[in-house]
Design a protein around this ligand. Structure first.
Ligand code: GLC
Length: 434
């Protein structure tokens, strides 16, 4: 009930945001029309926090396209909420957004709905080949390309190298070793053992998927549509999460409300020993004002003995709206984003991992972020989320039941049994065309 209410609240929030956004962009459009009678406007919605880093890209576009301009619309930070906003706009065939700044998981849904133009004709094979193959592959659906990666992400386990070294403890490899080391070194509530993203949103799925795979399990097999959530491996992974936040655990009770930034801040403020997050944390944690500067290291996520660690593949890319009135101009903006210069602008001050392969060898980017060499290696552990058109629904089901188990609303078995049933139902509904 509580989870249903949360889901309804999310939809209502989405609609309210969509209306607010539409009102804002209409008034912008009216103003823009007055001042730039002839100018074409290319609009894209981004998380508000990313906007400053896109400025040089927008400026370069203005230099090369004097009769057009780019408008960066500020959206919410959570990927789920931005997906709702783009969905509301595209469902209405609204031309407001020319480009869709897309999470790696949106391709199948948006392409299957016909909301994106295929990009195969607009981008040359040389342009495509300049990008990381896994990131580019995440933009394909039914043999066509719908999304060009702008930056990539891969799950990382950060840890306090100084504290582990002082205690002569090795970097943990298994779930139990992580728990044991965190427990031994923590001193809650001032310093916790392990912080991660436990809020009911897409980030929780990313965290769970890494543990699930490290236990030898799977979520949905894209080929067979088999659902693996009722298996012992799925239970083992969720039990670990529940054990982390239980009394005598290693994570703060508040972890069930954390997204990336809440957990990063705790780690950076010297208040946690282990952190699961994305590559952007490295630059911030190594900045001059960081309390953990020079004291940290990274490793792949822990796993069960005899298995290997996995990292959820994340990342953001650009799709071209089917309703855009300026597809050629929008594609030109994408070209600036994936140029070496564009990648420097987007990644050097943010610590984002580039999408362009050459960027990982670029002296300027490496000087700004030496961690780039490590990210390349972490990509070997990357695991894609299932590329199914109803990904958002499958993710919503998993988020709700994981969250219910973490907050005590459902037992682990009941949560996973319900998640399995509901996921099978969603996948079957698609097969029967419902
Ligand atoms: C990051 C990843 C994205 C993921 C999201 C979850 O933004 O790049 O793929 O879905 O985090 O919070």
């Amino acid at each position: 009930m509580q989870t249903q209410t949360a889901s309804i609240a999310r939809s209502i929030a989405g609609v309210v945001l969509a209306l607010a956004l539409a009102a804002a962009s209409w008034s912008c459009a009216i103003r823009a029309k007055r001042s730039h009678e002839q100018a074409a406007i290319i609009r894209v919605m981004l998380p508000a926090s990313e906007r400053p880093f896109w400025r040089p890209i927008v400026d370069r576009f203005a230099q090369t396209h004097p009769r057009a301009r780019v408008e960066l619309v500020e959206g919410p930070e959570s990927t789920d909420l931005r997906e709702d906003l783009y969905t509301a706009s595209l469902l209405a065939r609204d031309p407001t957004f020319d480009l869709v700044y897309m999470d790696v998981t949106w391709t199948a849904k948006f392409a299957a709905a016909g909301w994106l133009r295929p990009l195969d004709q607009l981008f040359t094979s040389a342009e495509c080949e300049s990008l990381l193959p896994a990131a580019l592959a995440a933009g394909r659906f039914s043999g066509r390309l719908y999304r060009i990666p702008a930056r990539t992400d891969v799950g990382v386990l950060y840890y306090r190298r100084d504290l582990l070294e002082a205690a002569r403890l090795p970097t943990p490899q298994t779930l139990d070793q992580l728990f044991g080391t965190a427990k031994r070194l923590q001193s809650p509530p001032s310093r916790w053992g392990f912080v991660w993203q436990g809020k009911q949103y897409e980030g929780l799925v990313c965290n769970y998927l890494e543990l699930l795979s490290g236990c030898g399990g799977f979520w949905v097999e894209p080929g067979t549509r088999e659902v693996g959530l009722d298996r012992p491996e799925a239970k083992r992974a969720l039990s670990f999460m529940v054990r982390c936040i239980a009394a005598n655990g290693i994570s703060p009770p508040g972890a069930t409300t954390y997204q990336e930034e809440e957990s990063r801040r705790l780690f950076q403020d010297d208040r946690a020993i282990f952190l699961r997050n994305w590559p952007y944390v490295w630059s911030l944690a190594q900045a001059e004002d960081s309390q953990v500067r020079g004291k940290i290291d990274v490793s792949p996520m822990v796993h069960e003995p005899g298995r290997r660690g996995w990292a959820t593949l994340g990342g953001w890319g650009l799709g071209l709206s089917s309703y855009s009135r300026h597809p050629e101009l929008a594609a030109d903006l994408v070209r600036i984003v994936i140029s070496l210069e564009g990648q420097r602008w987007l990644c050097s001050s943010t610590g984002f991992a580039p999408a362009r392969s050459e960027a990982y060898r670029d002296p300027e980017l490496l000087a700004a972020n030496p961690f780039l060499t490590r990210i390349g290696a972490l990509h070997k552990h990357a695991l894609a989320r299932p590329p199914i058109p109803r990904y958002d629904m499958a993710s919503d089901i998993l988020q709700r039941h994981l969250s219910a188990a973490l907050t005590g609303g459902e037992t682990i078995s009941a949560a996973l049994a319900a998640a399995t049933r509901e996921t099978q139902h969603v996948l079957a509904a698609r097969d029967s065309g419902r």
